[in-house]
Design a protein. Structure first.
Lengths: 388, 291
């Protein structure tokens, strides 16, 4: 799960990580009120969307007066911001952060994430702040200083000092940085973050270390114990069909093709998308219906897949293990009848009671195209989509 | 022979009185798995599954009184990490964690503990292990397997079943099939499993089924290239997965570098592993590799 920059900064402040003063605003009036309240002549007006690269896309601008804040808020609220992370469709800006301007002497990068290979969290800092870290990592990896944190010991002071030395800091700035790095790790741990990034972390003209940006990813599996974080979820940033699928306990991701698919198990679902492509089609979605695949699940799956008007045919691919294929077949027949489907449906059922399932499908009277094996299923559904 | 579990494995089921635990413990008993104990804190002293299995309050008690040496975990995500740690400190040698949705921060700590204690953890978020006709320590449909000489390693549940089904259809049975799970941090890696299969005299060839995300398939392939004497074939799911999206499994996400399906397929191929471009070709490819 992601949160907005202003929410991330609220989390930072709770953990003692210094940020500029800022106030979120959902309208032009709120933006002006925020400007007045901040009492700083120069402010930054920052579009709040769940994607990076906002500055280049025109979503971060300076304002020096009431009038400038007003015109920037008018311009940004409701605009579609396209960055390298939003995809070509961009994202609509619905929230702004009005923030006091900062006196920047140097810009750094700081982040914590999981190193899957080492099976430890890695804390990275770099003097190349404010630029894309992927670029630094690819071109000048020596400019990134890293420490790996023992999961049982936690982060140690000498590690925080190593990072601060890595930024060539001295005096008060050094002390503040080392202290902030320990606080960052505590924050990362206590919020179940899977990524926490500050880019840039700045050194101010008066020798303080301040987080000028915030980026978080939180582990969805841990939200049960992170109520404060899950309350920050902004549903308008997510695909409405994916939210609806989540409400049915289905795992759905919309894609751009025209062949829908409904599969039990994430790996098999990916493999089904892949074989549709190999057969000459384009998958319209990823949909994992999980272990049960009851009539209700299948119906909900159809509703979600078919809300995408590009879908010209649907493939149901179920490997029945614990779930019996005859039950799935009954569910499919019931769902097709009740929903009065118009698109062709190809069904491949394998595993427990697969033969009974074939009989149920062929005697059902509804127009279902049975398939045997994944190759046959993929070819049939792609042909069906082309013919439609 | 086989790897990790066999007919002599004495199994304790953690979370045996929950609905998942009840259902799958009963299925495992039917398959012939020696389930000697169940654990549910507060329900010690009872018996379950038609009096066939005694329930204990702790894994420690279960081990002391029944000699259990293997555990399978069906407890809910908030308690799963601790269940693994509990089993690990009793000296249980193999622990399978079926639970889906264990927080990653918990798993990072758990992994360190099981490594220190020398516990072999499989999972979490996995279908478990089956040694054909001997021991089913998991939730897979046992009847699809046939005894034979192929080892199967997979990140995915139903995709494992698909591969097993294809192997059986071309006349190849299995020694042991392991679902290692699709989370970012898991107990046993593909390379770990390859090493075990290499040492197992009954296993003559291995199928690895991977997916997008992480470097595990590549690490396994590089090891196999240098060390493995038995034929290995592979399949990678997620060629059509959009970057940056989590495809069902918590670890199945393309986040830059060599973690795409394309990159993994290329590197597997470079390491001498036969790569199935289509999921439908797994059985046939293994059959050809065994000739």
């Amino acid at each position: 799960m992601k949160v907005h920059e202003y929410q991330g900064k609220e989390i930072f402040r709770k953990h003692g990580i210094i940020t500029p003063e800022g106030i979120p605003a959902f309208s032009v009036d709120e933006s002006l009120a925020a400007y007045d309240k901040l009492g700083s002549e120069t402010v930054v007006v920052k579009a709040q969307i769940h994607a990076g690269g906002r500055g280049k896309g025109g979503g971060v601008k300076l304002a020096h007066s009431h009038d400038e804040v007003e015109s920037l808020a008018k311009e940004m609220l409701g605009m579609t911001l396209i960055t390298h992370q939003t995809g070509p469709k961009g994202k609509e800006v619905q929230r702004l952060l009005i923030e006091s301007g900062a006196d920047i002497r140097s810009e750094f990068y700081a982040a914590i994430t999981l190193d899957r290979g080492k099976e430890m969290d890695v804390f990275m800092v770099s003097m190349e702040g404010g630029v894309e870290i992927e670029k630094v990592a690819a071109e000048t990896p020596e400019k990134i200083v890293k420490v790996w944190i023992d999961p049982l010991l936690g982060m140690k002071s000498y590690q925080a000092r190593k990072l601060a030395y890595g930024l060539n800091l001295t005096g008060n700035a050094f002390k503040e940085a080392a202290s902030i790095f320990l606080k960052m790790y505590a924050c990362y741990q206590s919020t179940d973050a899977s990524l926490m990034e500050i880019n840039p972390l700045i050194l101010t003209g008066d020798d303080h270390i301040v987080a000028l940006d915030s980026k978080f990813n939180f582990d969805g599996n841990a939200l049960f114990r992170q109520k404060e974080i899950s309350d920050m979820r902004d549903l308008s940033e997510e695909d409405p069909m994916e939210i609806e699928a989540g409400n049915y306990n289905l795992n759905y991701i919309k894609l751009d093709g025209n062949v829908g698919c409904m599969v039990n198990g994430a790996g098999l679902a990916m493999a089904t998308m892949d074989i549709i492509k190999l057969a000459g089609g384009e998958p319209a979605n990823f949909l994992d219906v999980g272990g049960t695949a009851s009539a209700e699940t299948v119906k909900n799956g159809f509703r979600i897949i078919l809300s995408d008007k590009n879908v010209k045919a649907v493939l149901i691919n179920i490997f029945g293990g614990i779930v019996r294929c005859d039950r799935v077949a009954n569910g499919v027949v019931q769902a097709v009848k009740e929903l009065g489907l118009e698109v062709p449906v190809v069904v491949r059922l394998e595993g427990t009671n697969a033969e009974e399932a074939q009989t149920i499908l062929s005697k059902s009277g509804v127009s279902i195209i049975p398939a045997v094996g994944m190759k046959d299923a993929a070819e049939k559904v792609v042909n069906a989509a082309l013919g439609a | 022979m086989s790897i990790l579990v066999n007919k002599d494995s004495k199994v304790v089921v953690q979370g045996i009185t929950g609905s998942e635990g009840q259902f799958h413990a009963s299925q495992m008993l039917d398959y012939g798995t020696q389930i000697v104990a169940g654990v549910t804190p507060g329900k010690g002293g009872q018996t379950t599954l038609d009096d066939r299995v005694p329930v204990f309050n702790s894994v420690e008690e279960a081990v002391e009184q029944t000699g259990a040496n293997t555990s399978i975990i069906f407890v809910p995500p908030p308690f799963a990490a601790e269940a693994v740690i509990e089993a690990s400190f009793t000296g249980i040698s193999v622990v399978v964690c079926i639970t889906e949705g264990v927080p990653v921060h918990d798993m990072v700590k758990v992994k360190r503990v099981v490594n220190q204690n020398g516990t072999r953890l499989v999972g979490p978020n996995c279908p478990g292990i089956i040694t054909v006709d001997e021991c089913k320590l998991g939730i897979m449909p046992g009847f699809i397997c046939k005894k034979g000489s192929i080892g199967v390693i997979s990140k995915s549940g139903t995709l494992t079943y698909e591969a097993i089904d294809q192997l059986v259809n071309v006349g190849l049975g299995q020694t042991t099939a392991i679902g290692i799970g699709g989370d970012p941090i898991i107990g046993t890696t593909m390379k770990d499993c390859l090493k075990l299969f290499e040492k197992d005299p009954e296993t003559e060839g291995v199928v690895i089924i991977g997916e997008i995300g992480g470097q595990m398939e590549i690490e396994a392939a590089r090891w196999a290239k240098d060390t493995m004497s038995k034929p290995v074939i592979g399949f990678i799911a997620g060629q059509t997965a959009p970057p940056g999206r989590r495809m069902g499994h918590a670890g199945a996400i393309v986040s830059g570098g060599d973690d795409t399906a394309e990159a993994k397929m290329r590197i597997l191929g470079e390491c001498g592993i036969g790569v199935a471009e289509s999921v439908a070709d797994i059985g046939e490819l293994m059959q050809n590799a065994m000739k």
